[in-house]
Design a protein around this ligand. Structure first.
Ligand code: AMP
Length: 211
């Protein structure tokens, strides 16, 4: 199963809820895998870092290798995968098609204004990965992590200029993928602004499909 949608549109949140209710899935988030490489300072992390910080897509060859390294053992075991953030280009989609059967594509259609507001509101504690939002999960003290009291920062790619670049890359390169999968009859679109409202609809759809 794939989950597609604009960056910052709640793919990670919806994926987390799917995993709780449908534990058969192994979750692969290419954004999380890349951030792990960057934090660990691996060669791949070093190559990917500047693309990520400026909101650009990481080149396909790196991404396809990264995805295959993580997912292949699960694919070979016949496990179900939930791919979050991959594919983002036609070349990635074609590479995926060669190794995996795609059952369904959950497409999250979230208004751009909602995303821009939400991303500007998102602050993290880098050491733990704890995420705060001033509108729905504020820290106890402004600008400070609840547990350690250390300063909260914005992800480099959550800064306004990067957000605009990420959204433009989505419209140009990734949005056409939705049409590509739609022509194959695989897409189910969910519209809205709140994950808590959208998720029950996703859940009902997946139950209906007997996941
Ligand atoms: P995400 O957390 O999914 O928004 O990913 C964060 C950043 O990682 C993106 O803005 C891209 O720079 C990079 N990235 C993640 N997945 C991909 C992908 N499939 N193709 C290219 N770049 C990616």
């Amino acid at each position: 199963m794939l989950i597609l949608g604009k960056p910052g549109g709640g793919k990670g949140t919806i994926s987390g809820k799917i995993l709780k209710d449908f534990p058969r899935f192994h979750h692969v988030s290419t954004g999380d895998l890349l951030r792990q490489h960057v934090n660990e300072g691996t060669q791949l992390g070093k190559e990917a870092k500047s693309f990520m910080e400026s909101g650009k897509l990481v080149p396909d060859s790196l991404m396809i290798n990264l995805l295959m390294d993580d997912a292949k053992p699960y694919i070979e075991e016949g496990r179900s995968l939930l791919l979050d953030g991959f594919p983002r280009t036609l070349q990635q989609a074609q590479a995926l098609e060669e190794v995996a059967h795609i059952d369904t594509v959950v497409n999250l259609d979230i208004p751009t204004n909602t995303i821009v507001e939400r991303i500007a509101d998102r602050w993290i504690h880098p050491a733990s990965g704890r995420i705060y939002s001033y509108s729905y999960k504020p820290p106890k003290a402004v600008g400070k992590d609840d547990v350690t009291g250390e300063p909260l920062v914005q992800r480099d790619d959550d800064k306004p200029e990067s957000v605009r670049t990420r959204l433009a890359a989505y419209d140009k390169v990734t949005a056409p993928l939705v049409d590509w999968y739609r022509r194959k009859g695989l897409v189910q679109t969910f519209r809205g602004t709140e994950s808590d409202v959208i998720y029950p609809q996703v859940k009902a759809y997946l139950e209906e499909k007997n996941f």
